[in-house]
Design a protein around this ligand. Structure first.
Ligand SMILES: NC(=O)C1=CN([C@@H]2O[C@H](COP(=O)(O)OP(=O)(O)OC[C@H]3O[C@@H](n4cnc5c(N)ncnc54)[C@H](OP(=O)(O)O)[C@@H]3O)[C@@H](O)[C@H]2O)[C@@H](O)CC1
Ligand SMILES: Nc1ncnc2c1ncn2[C@@H]1O[C@H](COP(=O)(O)OP(=O)(O)O)[C@@H](O)[C@H]1O
Ligand SMILES: [K+]
Length: 498
């Protein structure tokens, strides 16, 4: 699913109007109906509804929604905020269509008392939509403050008023509990800093021209199950374990062998043909007992990674979980980077080592996957002011390394060297538990070893990993979810992609 800019949305609306063809007001009616369908499925007509409208097309939507909800016997109150914005044509038409209804319409022309919006069970925000071009001021800013001061449930129409779709938001903005957006999500919905404004968001289809969307240039995408499913390799009758590669995981130190166990189990469940795990001596019995399917490569050191004879026979390497950062480990990582020319997954302490020994960054072979969480990412690239700047830094790092950088969290972003960004919709806060990232490293290493191209491995792996989290949360609840549960649900997650 492509994520387009506010400017492109305008062009898309215009194209749909001209080529479907459909009158602008009828397209607006379709948007209103789509919103109302979403709404009536969640709030029955015992709820009183307040709708705060601007005088542009977002306000036009608000008026249309008011009429449709009244048709379903909801008690509706409308406020029209009159500031500097001229009435759009479709706003005017929808205002005309409200005449002869029982809907109460109140005009706001100057900064109101915040009590003005009290009394509705649900408040819809239709002040500004994707046409917002600068921070709201004066009466608009005050209205937004007052919307946020209500104790009611706040739902934004298309986009919370005040939120910039594809630039940093600096001014007042509605803090919606939910946002119902038209056709495609906006880029800013996928950033952590927007969550307090957007709440939970849903996309409703308003039939904008799909061919036009396909043709639009763009670098930002939201992964969908159907795209990921296409990339999953199918097994064939005469396949044998050699077909599925031989992965090496370098993970675990004294007191952190669990990280090696988790990533090993995940690599095996991802379908790798053979797995070797390089562990310090302290980890031998643990690994052999917990993961009998794995072979071991045993370090000379009792407690941490210091050297690996050769990695030549492996088709992919994953390194980092629970590794530690002792000087000998740094040297060993340097040697591995110098000598191993196949794809690698670099995670956790291997990323911290890269951040502290920046000359090693130049040794990272092309086609690697780096999987930092935001703190690890900051250690490598420095701090950022806005999430847009963070994404820019992610693109720069992926280009610099000629590899894929996965920035983990809600809507993990996967960025390749060409600067294209794929946001992942699966996963949930139940996965915010120690070891979840180790499981991802195992999955990604397993996929690379099986011959998945770097970007495909990242897309399939990150999507699958989040899906295991969603399945696990469905059964165990988010609070009790632990990293091992993710591995237990890998078979079912795979089945859903089969
Ligand atoms: N047929 C269609 O097109 C469909 C559209 N749809 C709906 O339309 C919405 C987009 O509508 P819209 O373009 O009219 O934008 P909207 O946000 O309502 O108002 C923009 C006005 O506000 C002004 N303005 C901007 N910032 C300002 C500020 N800080 N303070 C003061 N003024 C400010 C801006 O002025 P300007 O930037 O030109 O100075 C302009 O006059 C979209 O989100 C969806 O809900 C759907 O129905 C589907 C079909
Ligand atoms: N709120 C969330 N929504 C979706 N995924 C999440 C959320 N919190 C954590 N995750 C996922 O869980 C994993 C956590 O990784 P990481 O922080 O490296 O954990 P650890 O180091 O404990 O293994 C990442 O893949 C991340 O995307
Ligand atoms: K809005």
């Amino acid at each position: 699913m492509k994520i387009i800019t506010a400017q492109q949305t305008k062009a898309l609306d215009a194209h749909t109007i001209a080529h479907e063809p459909i009158a602008s007001i009828d397209l607006m009616e379709r948007a209103c109906r789509a919103f109302v369908t979403w709404f009536t499925q969640r709030f029955d007509n015992s709820h009183t509804v307040g709708i705060v409208c601007g005088t542009g097309n977002n306000g036009g939507d608000g008026l249309g929604i008011a009429r449709l909800l009244q048709g379903w016997n909801y008690a509706v109150t409308v406020w029209i905020v009159r500031g500097s914005v001229a009435e759009s044509n479709d706003f005017k038409t929808n205002l005309e269509r409200l005449k002869n209804t029982r809907i109460k319409i109140l005009e706001i022309t100057e900064a109101p008392e915040c009590s003005v919006f009290a009394g509705s069970d649900v408040l819809l925000d239709a002040v500004f939509g994707s046409g917002l071009s600068r921070p709201p001021e004066g009466v608009y800013e005050r209205v937004i403050t007052c919307i946020n001061a209500t104790a009611t449930r706040r739902i934004a129409v298309d986009i919370p008023s005040g939120l910039m779709a594809d630039q940093p938001t600096t001014g007042a903005c509605v803090e919606a509990h939910a946002t119902v957006t038209f056709q495609l999500p906006k880029l800013s919905f996928l950033f952590p800093s927007s969550h307090r404004f957007v709440g939970d968001w849903a996309v409703v289809d308003i039939g904008l021209n799909k061919n036009f969307i396909r043709e639009l240039p763009g670098d930002h995408f939201l992964l969908q199950q159907k795209d990921v499913r296409k990339q999953v390799k199918k097994r064939s009758t005469f396949d044998h374990k050699g077909t599925y590669g031989h992965a090496l995981l370098v993970a675990g130190a004294r007191g952190k062998m669990g990280a090696a166990v988790l990533s090993s189990r995940a690599a095996l469940r991802s379908g790798v043909g053979l797995l070797t795990v390089h562990v310090p001596q302290t980890g031998v019995d643990i690994l052999q007992t917990a993961v009998p399917e794995a072979m071991l490569s045993i370090d000379a050191h009792s407690d941490f990674y210091t050297a690996l004879e050769t990695a030549d026979r492996f088709t992919a390497v994953g390194i980092g979980p629970g590794l530690g950062k002792s000087p000998e480990t740094v040297k060993a990582l340097k040697k591995l980077l110098e000598n191993f020319q196949h794809p690698m997954v670099l995670d956790a302490d291997s990323l911290n080592i890269l951040a502290e020994n920046r000359e090693l960054l130049h040794l990272v072979p092309p086609g690697c996957i780096l999987t930092p969480h935001p703190k690890e990412f900051e250690r490598i690239v420095g701090s950022w002011q806005t999430d847009f700047e963070r994404l820019q830094k992610q693109k720069q790092l992926a280009a610099q390394l000629n590899g894929v950088v996965v920035l983990k969290g809600a809507y993990s972003s996967i960025v390749g060297p060409d600067g294209k960004v794929y946001f992942n919709p699966t996963g949930n806060p139940g996965m915010a538990t120690g070891g979840s990232g180790d499981v991802l490293t195992g999955i990604l290493t397993g996929l690379l070893a099986q011959g998945y191209a770097t970007l495909a491995a990242a897309q399939v792996g990150v999507y699958l990993h989040g899906l295991t989290g969603d399945l696990a949360a469905g059964e165990k609840g988010m609070n009790s979810l632990i990293a091992s549960d993710l591995i237990d649900f890998l078979p079912e997650a795979y089945r859903r992609l089969g």
